[in-house]
Design a binder for this molecule. Structure first.
Ligand SMILES: [Zn+2]
Length: 344
């Protein structure tokens, strides 16, 4: 009996001793170290952050808006995002959020958004915003310029900026007086425009150009709704976050919701693309293409055939977006049409 009591007493002593030791170690660690995030970029440690969400918000803002030095920045492409892992850092070593931000920003490539005004598909003038581009077209119309049907506006996302001109300068440079030989001019013009449609209708390519038409055409295929939800922005609407009219339809839906292919076809783009973030473009028959923007995840790859209703991506808020939604576009030979004339 006594032996057992002694045994219990010894193990109790041992237990208390271990507890005290553990407490001292924990207290020592807490005193000497503090929890911070170790930040890794391209498999290399680039520093420590005390406030991970604040740092990431600053990086996100930089990607969306640039450093504010140039107002034409549409977004900044950063190939790799930093990763964070919780660790203990010796007190006295100071977290360097500013330096981390600079290191991430160094790898960023700003993309500028502006508009090209082309004559016969050749870029002639560049303007800073869509309304100026529209003024150029209107100016040429007002002056009854003979080349008005061959003038087009293209939205540009480039890593370099061009020299921008004012509307008057572009109108003066593009204006062509009408020559009186009606039969011949019409013929030439019609051959040209039919050629244009054929080249832009090739199914292996797609464009980010913002040509849009408000009068519907027959698609020759039937489409289904890629997602169900509330329409948050209609086709043709103008908003603060966009400098030009909306070429698609925005459908609000929770992040992660499966996005269905509106019709069967071939994926021609599956990846990050400018302000549309993670984008899937599907080519269908008759020159019809559908665009699915701002996705959080993409489940298909370019060249892949998809069937109608197949889940191709997940709803997200990548690119120029203020909340999870699907940006859905219908284009025929590069011209955007109102999705609400076909679905929704
Ligand atoms: Zn949209």
């Amino acid at each position: 009996m006594k032996k057992i009591l002694i045994k219990i007493r010894t193990s109790m002593k041992f237990f208390i001793l271990v507890s005290i030791a553990t407490f001292i170690i924990v207290a020592l660690v807490a005193f000497l170290y503090k929890p911070v995030y170790s930040v890794t970029l391209n498999e290399e440690n680039i520093g420590y952050s005390a406030d991970k969400s604040k740092l990431q918000a600053r990086i996100d803002d930089y990607i969306e808006n640039g450093d504010g030095e140039n107002s034409y920045v549409a977004f900044v492409q950063v190939d790799n995002m930093p990763t964070y892992s919780l660790c203990l850092l010796k007190r006295g070593i100071i977290p360097n959020d500013d330096e981390i931000f600079e290191k991430v920003a160094e790898t960023g490539v700003p993309y500028y958004k502006y508009y090209a005004i082309s004559e016969d598909d050749e870029e002639k003038f560049y303007v800073a915003d869509f309304s100026t581009a529209e003024n150029v077209v209107q100016g040429l119309k007002d002056k009854d310029s003979s080349n008005i049907d061959n003038i087009s506006i293209t939205e540009k996302y480039e890593t370099n900026v061009e020299n921008f001109v004012q509307a008057e300068e572009a109108v003066a440079g593009l204006y062509k007086e009408k020559v009186k030989e009606p039969v011949q001019t019409t013929k030439v013009a019609s051959t040209k425009s039919s050629k244009k449609v054929a080249s832009s209708g090739s199914s292996s390519s797609f464009s980010m150009a913002s040509n849009m038409s408000k009068s519907p055409v027959s698609l020759g295929i039937s489409l289904i709704k890629p997602v169900t939800g509330t329409i948050t922005s209609r086709f043709g609407s103008v908003s603060r976050i966009r400098s030009s009219a909306h070429t698609g339809l925005d459908i609000g839906s929770p992040s992660g919701t499966g996005v269905k292919a509106a019709a069967s076809g071939t994926v021609v783009w599956a990846g990050y693309k400018g302000s549309l973030g993670n984008l899937v473009v599907i080519s269908h028959s008759n020159g019809v293409q559908t665009y699915y923007g701002h996705c959080s995840k993409i489940y298909v790859s370019a060249g892949q055939s998809v069937s109608q209703g197949q889940i191709i991506s997940a709803v997200g808020s990548t690119g120029n977006s203020t909340g999870p939604h699907l940006h859905f576009e219908i284009r025929v030979n590069g011209v955007a049409y109102n999705p609400q004339n076909y679905v929704y």
